[in-house]
Ligand binder design. Structure first.
Ligand code: SIN
Length: 281
């Protein structure tokens, strides 16, 4: 196996070639993949044919599986670790979560230990008149931090934001018990990546409902300004999916959003796994 890492040329992302994820991956090859993942924030492998069990096993190389509010509703039969992300309906019923992640966000930032990352395996991708739809955009929160002027850095250094599960309008209304299980948490606005030491902005509209030590009105303005800064075009990699892609993103380094520009009968089907993380520092 000769592994090649090809950066996308954008602020995040690299393609990894020369790996068949259906075969065992040795420790040296995995170390190179893990390093590319930490450095690029998004990595992807084209033309993969893997089973749900192989996706779960590969995810576990990066960390224990994390479960979220989608898992209880839309997991793959026999594989509770995999969430179905899809617009497909069968017998009038959705087979997966539709409109997952349509606004910029970092997964499960409302939890005390947000997941290290997330993996999607593309099984069906919508195409219209030869044009691929249903892309996913990634914004490098690390590049966005690097580009901040010194005055902005000083303003936010050492500050914590409040992340509230009820702040964001979700694809479906969460239950009372889900709300109770997810009380507001606090995380640093500037996170230090646990493996590279790189600083990353960690602020999103809606999920962040305040900043400790800053008046509410001013905090809301600052949250909006930082959230908009992170998603400026200079920091974005836009992934155009192909069937067989396996893509992983790092929830500290990047934020993401799914582009919802397709409807049935155009079908999109993804298998999603999530790897557990640590308390952000
Ligand atoms: C997600 O945010 O988990 C879904 C992303 C996508 O479907 O492109």
């Amino acid at each position: 196996m000769s592994l090649e890492i090809i950066p996308t040329g954008a602020a995040a992302g690299a393609e990894i070639r020369g790996v068949d994820l259906a075969l065992p991956i040795g420790d040296n090859a995995f170390a190179a993949i893990d390093d590319a993942y930490n450095r690029h924030g998004v990595i992807f492998f084209r033309d993969q044919t893997i089973t749900p069990a192989q996706q779960v096993a590969f995810t576990r190389r990066f960390g224990e599986i994390a479960f979220n509010i989608f898992s209880e509703r839309w997991s793959v039969p026999g594989s509770p670790e995999i969430v179905v992300v899809s617009n497909i309906t069968e017998d009038g019923k959705p087979i997966g979560i539709r409109r997952a992640g349509e606004n910029w966000h970092s997964d499960m930032c409302y939890t005390a230990r947000p997941p290290r990352g997330t993996m999607l395996h593309a099984l069906e991708v919508p195409v219209l008149h030869g044009l691929t739809l249903g892309d996913t955009e990634f914004a490098s929160a690390a590049a966005a931090y690097d580009a901040l002027p010194e005055t902005s850095r000083q303003r936010i250094e050492g500050r914590y934001a409040v992340f509230d599960f009820t702040g964001r309008k979700r694809a479906f209304p969460p239950s009372a018990s889900e709300i109770e299980r997810n009380p507001p948490v606090r995380h640093p606005i500037v996170r230090t990546h646990p493996f590279t030491g790189r600083k990353c902005l960690y602020v999103m509209r809606d999920d962040c409902t305040g900043i400790e030590g800053i008046e509410q009105d001013e905090a809301e303005i600052l949250i909006a300004a930082l959230a908009d800064h992170i998603v400026k075009p200079a920091f974005i990699y836009r992934h155009q999916w192909r069937v067989g892609d396996v893509l992983l993103w790092d929830n500290c380094t990047v934020q993401h959003r799914a582009i919802q520009d397709y409807e049935m009968p155009l079908r999109r089907l993804m298998h999603r796994t999530t790897m557990g993380g640590a308390i952000p520092a």
